[in-house]
Design a protein around this ligand. Sequence first.
Ligand code: BGC
Length: 764
Amino acid sequence: MRRARIVAFVLVIMLVGGCGPAGPEVYDDIHFRRADSLLQLMSLEEKAGQMTNIGLTALTQGPFWNDFDTLLLDTAKMQHLLIDQHVGSIQNKGIYPPSKEEWHRIIKSLQQFVLENSHHKIPLLIGMDGVHGATYTAGSTIFPHQIALAASWNPELARITGEVTAYEMRASSQPWNYSPTLDVSMQPLWGRMAETFGEDTYMHKVMGRAFIEGQQGESLSDTTRVAVCPKHFVGYGTPFSGKDRSPAYIPEHYLRQYYIEPFRAAIEQGAVTIMLNSGSVNGVPGHADTYLVNEVLKDELGFKGFVLSDWEDVGRLASMHNVAHDSKEAAKIAVMAGVDMSMVPYDASFARHIIELVNEGEIPMSRIDDAVRRILYVKFKLGLFEQAWNDPAGYTRFGSEEFANESYKAALEAITLLKNENELLPIENKHTKFLITGPGSDALTALNGPWSRTWAGDDPTYDDPDKKTILEAMQDIYGAGNIIHTPGTAYEGEVESRDHLLSKAANVDVIMVCLGERPATEKPSDIDELDLPANQLELVKRLHQSGKPIILVTLQGRPRIIREIEPLADAIFHAYWPGHEGGRALATLIQGKDNPSGKLPYTWPRYSGTLHTYQHKGSDKLDGEFGDGGFNPQWEFGHGLSYTNFTYNGLTLSADTIHTGETLQVRINLRNTGPYNGKEVIQVYLRDLVASITPDDRKLVAFEKVHLAAWETTTLEFLIQYDDLKFVDLNNQWVAERGEFEVLVGGNPTSLNKTSFFYTGESP
Ligand code: BGC
């Protein structure tokens, strides 16, 4: 519908640099005083137990790695670990996902056991990986992964995802979430990129804050909120080799500029726990890095919550990193480096080491008291002493239609249209005949990815029966009779024969082929090359021979190389791991009942051997004379198409010169030049033209997503803060240098509007 021009005026004040307003007041004296009083009554053994976090299945019948369908607690193990060894924290589950009622049974029994049998009746702190929903509880709402939330460029969706996740975790008596993942990842080979907000620091700050705000709310004692645990401090997301938990080499000034800032923002937002990096940075394992943990995280950033080790990573200082001779020395190194709680997770060996180390004078009691005070503070703050479990019957919105709809909205805004040649999309004709194929076409696991019911998320045993795969969602819209399905190929392996595929394609109008990665995380997500497996590429090549238009859909959390098949597809959607409602959202976008508005949160490389991020340097652009090794990705960070067109004009700045401490107002007009209503992401970048160390090509300093009806016009204003001009110099100081800066604004990274200003380097 064409509308009269509406001129709207939107004032957008973005939070920039390290100077955003602080979040809710988290640290309060009352709870620290309660922690102090309790601490005075505790023995060394009790304190060491509080610093210990074990896996739930260390307390259940059968072996630790069991695949039982019911978790039965083992009283002898509970007595030994929770009472005799005083273990104070439990996490994770076995293979199968319990219902919220079962979680209630298990956690209530554990908490009651401790309250009835222990001296000080200190409740257990139960932690879980609810990284995209309370996904370890059967029947919960599964949201898109973080990378997809980043692709929505809509922090409100991250906030709501956090809020629903917290509600459903509390419905399962879980008050502590190992989320969000704030690992800026400039290494697309790394398999956990999907769990992050992508390659940009500012994106991590904005989305991370929103996600934490949603999870923690105003008060942690609110029994619909959880304590967060941002992870993995710091530098985990850019391993040199691309392999999980492997070494990173990041100069300190880059660590500070790109990787530490999201954690600073998380602390400002009130994060009360933080998990460490399993790998090493510049040769120092994350769990042994006293400079980064004690000096930077705790002293400089003022983090007063507690620091959690990652899984088994204290022991790994000896068994993997070779900086300790044995697990006892490892415990000493980790605790002295600032680790407050160790995710052991199989037994209480860590607690025994701590007791010995203190008795031998190797660890001062003051360090133990500091760690336990931080841990008790979080337990008090969460209100666990008053209420250590939650009644699932009180959480009537759990797994509701309302929550599923929130997940659907997030998926709709995340799914990114990368290509749409000859306006193949949208396909409004409901009688269109499709061939739907590919390993992701009829699998819920392909939508949900890892950390979904199970750790790897690749086991369909735990599929929720009422959720729709892509095939089923397309059948709902276009009718089962109009859709032919054939698997085509698996993630790896044989491809169906050319003749078979062409016979399937003979009578259809359009082919939709859903490719991607088998869900995986951590070590199992390691790959040896970035190219999508050859069999999947071959499937598209064979289908192309039919001459029918092809819609390619990619389901994965990192950019796999598709250079060879990109020209064979008329339309390409990148769906990330969009969650339970992803199939429905994708089908709606194909039909044109909604308009794509996702934009890439990472640079999509064209070649495995040429990996750049959008921040790249001037020397990355060198090409031509000596080959074409320059910056030439398949698609740039920030790229994403719409069914409508957005036109920008009138970029102006409030001044052409600024002084130290001053802010600058950026104004631009935006028009939806029809024919569809739609959302646009306005991206604001800053480019420092000359600096004392090579400046980045540009950096994102603000963004906003707005909805515009067809033909509607709006004017947007953004503020560029003085701090945005800064970078970290070789002395590890944030500095702004005199000179010219460009401001680049737009929705398409290859055609940004540009203007410039001069910074005098002087006070006004
Ligand atoms: C992962 C963490 C996770 C923890 C508990 C580790 O292996 O690296 O991200 O929170 O396990 O499941």
